[in-house]
Ligand binder design. Sequence first.
Ligand SMILES: *Cc1c(COP(=O)(O)O)cnc(C)c1O
Length: 220
Amino acid sequence: MIAENIKHIINSIPSDVQLVAVSKTKPNADIIEAYHVGQRLFGENKVQELVAKYESLPKDIQWHFIGHLQSNKVKYIAPFVSLIHSVDSLKLLQIINKEAEKCGRTIPCLLQVHIAKEETKFGLDQTELNQLIEESGNLKNVCICGFMGMATNTDDMNIVRNEFRELKRLFDTAKSKYFNQSSSFNTLSMGMSGDYKIAIEEGSTMIRLGSTIFGERIYH
Ligand SMILES: *Cc1c(COP(=O)(O)O)cnc(C)c1O
């Protein structure tokens, strides 16, 4: 099933949109099944779970961190993480920079933007976004590669579409204002199982799919 799901999704999305398989709560066997049909990008939202999976699974997997990241846990993922989607403060970015420097690497990061109506979703508003970008210029061991956002959890697809459109507008604005010279500012991570088709129509370059690939998650 997992293999079929991935093949179906890959065939139905544009070739320049990247698929992150969100494997949180799922066992290694499920990840290996996806791996065997060529999937290499996987997303996790808990540091401990991510580290355990990194240690026991093939080393050519690119691990993305997509959850809320606590400063004191950055050190555990800094040696290997491929992309952090959820940077929502300068303080966190500074700590990622420091831990990346210790590892002798540059860690690609996305800034998480608050676009949803819900209070509970993390992320920066437009003012905070600009401020963070302007204050981050001296950080040499992180690369701001784009933005990530989550739309409101609603059946009203007009709301969802407008939120994605707003995120794309913020992305384009930041690109021309701050990242004109930087070809690495190229990633717009938006779209989950319930809304990825709309996200792609609105300019997503990276979708994060969990349940569509692996089935519903069971939390214990
Ligand atoms: C869990 C999660 C996803 C995947 O959700 P699905 O609805 O199962 O596709 C995507 N992004 C983030 C940030 C998540 O936490």
